[in-house]
Design a protein around this ligand. Structure first.
Ligand SMILES: *[C@@H]1O[C@H](CO)[C@@H](O)[C@H](O)[C@H]1NC(C)=O
Ligand SMILES: *[C@@H]1O[C@H](CO)[C@@H](O)[C@H](O)[C@H]1NC(C)=O
Ligand SMILES: *[C@@H]1O[C@H](CO)[C@@H](O)[C@H](O)[C@H]1NC(C)=O
Length: 499
């Protein structure tokens, strides 16, 4: 760069001098001068032409070199491109398995169970055919291929009757019948439906003088996943025969619930979406009353569409929730019960809707704060209308009992057992000892005479912080260092973990 700008400057100066010499003082020059000048000019011209030739040679050499460099870089770029292409293709081969179905590679636990799950694991996945395994990878049935709409995470399961199919001509109810074969087993479909937040399937019936129901005779119905006949063609209310126009009050004939039921000789149609998960997928379609040649009925059944995932908030409370958060190995599990931890057996070879999926075993003994105490007195206690304190703690696990004040404070909610006994120190009078919960008597033990026993046993539901005391209302309590006649015992039977 610096070199070529230097040449350019030189060339410019020579040119200016040449101009100046050639034309500057023309009018005052003699013939001799002219000749000298002409020679000079010729010399300069030769020099200039030489200079240009040399410079041009240099420049074209440089251009040539640059051209070579560009070619070199083009080659390099091409090789990079092909290398990258190979790698991209290898990557693609890893993603695209047989039949072009993709696997959501990024899910850490392997195959996703739904398109929703695949999308959650890797939001950059594109829509297409994917392998998923709704009933869990490594258990149950083999993975299935489905279509995923990755913009919304919807799973589509196709079947053999997706195109518009003409039911032909026949008269009796259900004289046309067509069983729907899905591109996945019923177990995998049930698992997908159980996992999903929402499932739906569209049904369209295009009719010409072909009612679904006429004169209170149902000519057409569909069968739900259990084979049960259903007469609702949209929504989730299985109680009545209706189509979407019946739900919207927009049928061509306001006296009927479906456009087709108007039995009109015109091209009508009913389109709806079944949204009752318990009934999906549609297992069979049945139509009738299309017998006159002029009548016609055409059905179109959409793919099964499932979206979202049932949320499990906090600790699982059932095998179903354990399964929803991803457990697939059968076994004993702990779940959150109403107030306690519970043990259940989950048979994940079954589906949540099947009998025997969850077997309840029992409550689980969980003690976050063990409480066991046994306290005694060393001396007689004679002060009526006061809390009885203690002098000896044989056992005080958890330190919930304060012997000096005679106050027990429940460290946790739960069911507690208490027992007290002692003997009276006074003849001919009643000695009475109350068991008090937060200062209120729960019950009392009474002794009628000297050396006779008072006692009381109790099981109480306590809340954290509740206080238990013995309170002497009448008489006296006998004790001495050798005898230890007074006993107060308490322990936590069952903790209310979730109370
Ligand atoms: C309709 O749905 C209810 C509630 O899901 C169910 O108990 C009933 O058996 C269903 N009836 C039919 C005919 O499927
Ligand atoms: C109904 O639709 C069919 C098929 O598209 C057409 O041939 C026929 O003319 C239509 N009938 C009426 C009454 O519009
Ligand atoms: C009461 O018990 C004490 C100690 O065991 C005994 O010495 C005393 O004789 C008893 N009195 C009666 C009236 O039984």
């Amino acid at each position: 760069m610096a070199a070529s700008s230097h040449y350019a400057t030189t060339f410019f100066l020579i040119f200016v001098i040449a101009l100046g010499v050639a034309g500057g003082q023309k009018n005052h020059l003699s013939a001799e001068d002219n000749k000298v000048l002409r020679n000079d000019y010729e010399t300069l011209k030769d020099q200039f032409e030489n200079f240009v030739k040399v410079q041009f040679g240099r420049l074209s050499e440089e251009v040539q070199q640059l051209k070579l460099k560009v070619q070199e870089q083009d080659l390099l770029l091409a090789s990079c491109k092909s290398q990258f292409g190979r790698e991209a293709k290898e990557l693609d081969n890893r993603v695209v398995l047989n039949n072009g179905a993709k696997v959501g590679l990024e899910t850490k636990s392997g195959l996703p169970r739904t398109c929703h799950e695949a999308r959650l694991a890797n939001p950059s996945l594109t829509s297409g055919v994917y392998w998923i395994d709704p009933d869990g990878q490594g258990v149950g049935e083999d993975p299935i291929q489905v279509t995923c709409d990755m913009s919304s995470g919807i799973t589509f399961i196709g079947h053999n009757s997706e195109s518009a199919i003409n039911v032909g001509h026949c008269l009796d109810p259900g004289c046309y019948t067509r069983s729907i074969a899905y591109e996945a087993s019923s177990r995998q479909i049930s698992a997908l439906i159980e996992l999903s937040d929402e499932c739906r399937q569209s049904i369209k019936y295009e009719c010409f003088s072909a009612p679904l129901e006429f004169n209170e005779i149902a000519y057409s119905w569909w069968n739900d996943k259990n084979g049960q006949a259903q007469y609702y063609w949209s929504g989730n209310n299985n109680a009545t025969h209706t189509c979407q126009c019946g739900i919207d009050n927009s049928c061509v004939d306001s006296n009927v619930k479906c456009n087709c039921d108007s039995y009109a000789p015109s091209n009508l149609s009913d389109s709806g979406e079944i949204t009752k998960k318990e009934d999906l997928p549609v297992s069979r379609l049945n139509f009738g009353r299309t017998s006159p040649e002029a009548s016609s009925g055409i059905h179109t059944l959409g793919k099964l569409k499932c979206s979202g995932q049932r949320a499990v908030n906090g600790m699982p409370t059932s095998c179903t929730e354990l399964w929803q958060i991803g457990h697939v190995l059968s076994g004993l599990y702990l779940i959150r019960g109403v107030s306690q931890v519970e043990t259940v057996y989950c048979d994940f070879s079954k589906l949540p809707t099947s009998k025997g999926f969850q077997t309840w075993i029992g409550f689980t003994d969980v003690k976050s704060s063990p409480v066991f105490f046994y306290v005694q007195r060393d001396t007689s206690y004679l002060t009526t209308n006061s809390v009885v304190p203690f002098e000896v703690a044989k056992l005080n696990v958890g330190n919930a009992m304060n012997i000096a004040t005679g106050t027990f404070v429940a460290p946790r909610s739960g069911k507690y057992f208490f027992a007290l006994s002692g003997i009276s120190n006074t003849a001919n009078i009643h000695s009475r000892v109350q068991l008090q919960l937060n200062g209120v008597s729960v019950g009392r033990g009474v002794s009628h005479d000297l050396n006779l026993t008072f006692s009381l046993q109790s099981v109480l539901q306590l809340r954290t912080g509740d206080q238990i005391r013995l309170f002497l209302t009448d008489g006296t309590i006998y004790d001495d260092t050798n005898a230890h006649d007074t006993h107060f015992v308490g322990f936590l039977i069952e903790e209310g973990v979730f109370q």
